[in-house]
Design a protein around this ligand. Structure first.
Ligand code: NAD
Ligand code: IPM
Ligand code: MN
Length: 361
């Protein structure tokens, strides 16, 4: 298959781990006789420095015409004092909104070789396998007005959702639960927020259309606690934008590192964007020690969701698992007796495992 892939490396470690994804995809292309063409474009701080805006028109157009988009990460201290509309993060929010990517899928799995890499007890995380579905283009992130008032004496951010925006993401939650373990946990703050009360009503209405899915509701504060005390009781979690952002970083603790988590940002049809859950990690950027696995697993999600390449995606995931089983890890993972390697070494080992696997097939 011929596929046009847009690469948006962005800032900090985003640039380093994008190289890893490219290397892995090139191996997939040659092993499976696909033709992947990569076009790199600017976003975030990198785009501010080179084009004076965090999201150049050229980047938007390229993404709209592509088969899929891979994104590294945006942001960094250098741009932190810019006004809100000029920050690197606005580039990321802008491209999600422009492409209509309302559903963000964030799978969290306790990888068996990493069970003791988490600060949580092994018996607590063993067997946990969660899919967090985060609404991505609404809520507090996009509501207007969002501004300072009265000479800085007051400030307002707006939490705005339409019923349709809630319905489509909740539907995605039910559909995903249906093809997994048929258990959907809806997370809200219905004891306080009107938006959450409407969300909960819609979940209850929709549950009649999905009688095979068991639904429960959790308030977000309790969900934050249960996620790390009883992660095994979750299957699919569906929640609004900000809650999903926070809970997914928290859930990364189950895997031992934020650097492990991939994500897919999708809509009903059309182009998808794939990015690790973590940010530009300014504290380790430029040191060559970033964990590339969240990015590589995001590329695997692209193969599966955008290109329908289930087998290729599974091979990449297997190569990652094998690498971890062999004891290799980057510095962010605390593994006793493991073999600590750099970003590029880790990538080379994944590539080697992928090559060996494909050849033996
Ligand atoms: P962060 O996710 O960048 O880093 C949090 C911690 O996790 C740091 O200690 C970092 O070193 C570590 N970490 C993250 N990714 C890692 C990896 N691949 N390997 C090893 N360790 C890793 O969050 P932050 O420090 O709060 O934010 C830094 C910048 O990134 C901010 O400007 C923020 O806005 C931005 N950000 C961007 C995205 C994105 O582009 N999707 C996501 C989150 C944060
Ligand atoms: C993420 C990030 C972004 C978000 C920021 C950088 C805008 O934290 O992708 O999780 O909050 O969505
Ligand atoms: Mn986040």
């Amino acid at each position: 298959m011929n596929k046009q892939i847009i690469l948006l490396p962005g800032d900090g470690v985003g640039k380093e781990i994008m190289e890893s994804a490219k290397l892995v995809l090139n191996v997939v292309a040659s092993e499976y006789e696909h033709n992947f063409t990569f076009h790199q474009h600017a976003i975030g701080g990198d785009a501010i420095d080179n084009f004076g805006t965090p999201l150049p028109e050229d980047t938007i157009n390229a993404c709209q015409q592509a088969d899929a988009v891979l994104l590294g990460a945006v942001g960094g201290k250098k741009w932190d004092s810019l006004p809100g509309h000029m920050r690197p993060e606005k580039g990321l929010l802008g491209i999600r909104k422009k492409l209509g990517l309302f559903a963000n899928l964030r799978p969290v799995q306790g990888f068996s070789p990493l069970l003791h890499a988490s600060p949580l007890k092994e018996e607590v995380i063993n067997g946990s396998d969660i899919l967090i579905i985060r609404e991505l283009t609404g809520g507090l992130y996009f509501g207007q007005p969002s501004e300072r008032r009265d000479n800085g004496k007051t400030v307002v951010d707006t939490l705005y959702y339409t019923r349709e925006e809630m319905e489509r993401i909740i539907d995605k939650g039910f559909q995903s639960a249906r093809i997994r373990n048929k258990h959907l946990t809806s997370v809200d703050k219905a004891n306080v927020l009107e938006s959450s009360r409407m969300w909960r009503e819609i979940v209850n209405e929709k549950s009649k259309e999905y009688p095979d899915v068991v639904v429960d509701h959790l308030l977000v504060d309790a969900a934050a606690m249960k996620l790390i005390t009883r992660p095994n009781q979750f299957d699919v979690i569906v929640t609004e934008n900000l809650f999903g952002d926070i809970l997914s970083d928290e859930a990364s603790v189950l895997t031992g590192s934020l650097g492990m988590l991939p994500s897919a940002s999708i809509r009903r049809d059309g182009v998808g964007l794939y990015e690790p859950v973590h940010g530009s990690a300014p504290d380790i950027a430029g040191k060559g020690i970033a964990n590339p696995l969240g990015m590589i697993l995001s590329a695997a999600m692209m193969l599966k969701y955008s290109f329908g390449m289930e087998e290729e995606a599974a091979e990449v995931e297997e190569a990652v698992h094998e690498t971890l089983e062999q004891g290799f890890h980057t510095e962010d993972l605390d593994i006793k007796g493991g073999k600590k390697v750099s970003t590029t070494e880790m990538t080379e080992i994944v590539v080697e495992n992928l090559t060996t696997k494909s050849v033996s097939n």
